[in-house]
Design a protein around this ligand. Sequence first.
Ligand code: ATP
Length: 325
Amino acid sequence: MAEQEIRKIGVLTSGGDAPGMNAAIRAVVRSALSKNMKVYGVHHGYNGLLEDDIEEMHIRSVSEIIHRGGTVLYTARSPEFLTLQGQQTAAANCRKHGIEAMVIIGGDGSFRGAKDLSAQEVPCVCIPGTIDNDIACTDYTIGYDTAMNTALEMVDKLRDTMLSHDRCSVVEVMGHRAGYIAANIGLAVGALVTVVPEKPLDVDKDIVSKMKFTKKMGKKHFIIIVAEGAGSAEQMAKEIEEKSGIEARPTVLGHVQRGGAPTVRDRVAATRFGYQAVELLSKGITDRVIGLRADDLVDFDIDEALSMKKSLDLSLLDINATLSV
Ligand code: ATP
């Protein structure tokens, strides 16, 4: 709990950008102004605190951004902030502007940074913003829904061409450590097989044999979805083609999944998170990570949030395995 009323806050976006971050920034800025707080935007994540790249924000600073992907505050990964000296410099620059608390929008790395900033006496509230949905204390992270809808649209387009050529399409979607995007896209497009980091598969046994079996039953084209953390689409397509004799083409969707106008779900979640961050700070509640559980807003101590585990519901893969024949 902060001892004094917080009158000046800052906001930054850190780590990978995610569609909906702008809606969260808008909500933080306007909620703070509605409570007569001053609010400062920090550019380029923690680098902006180190380099004093900080601007005061006003009502119109966040006009016309609710529908835009990316982040108007820019984002970065900041190796320098990992050092104690970097953290001290960042806190000193906060003090220079009178910033008493920060709202940090990012993933769990950014939350670790928030903990360190807090140790330098700049308390923080964190908002989960990452397309990967891999933050344990929340069911939902900003950008996840938009990224999935983008991937869905791309795979639907690929499907048209794969179908015309009787090919196999191996599509790599984002997800280094977690297969949330892959598992849901696999189900949504009816992929023959979905490969996620949580459940390694054998190409021969789990993919090629299923292709051969379904081919005998009349299937002519095949979609395989692979999360980037579970393998490379290029290697997998090569192996599949060699072992099955069916032409297989890799597609890496890559950063296209990070862009675009945020969906309703992302804008609503981001707006609720941003509003709630300021509510907490206005009550002197700090060092929390905000989340959604069963669509209710929740918040946890940063340490507790970072220690939580979240696991992908592997039944999504089982359902898909039954239906994709
Ligand atoms: P994404 O999920 O998109 O990768 P993230 O927030 O997890 O987002 P990271 O690159 O892990 O992305 O972290 C963003 C930044 O947070 C880092 O560049 C660094 O400045 C800061 N950070 C990460 N880990 C720590 C840490 N242990 N201590 C201090 N700062 C950290």
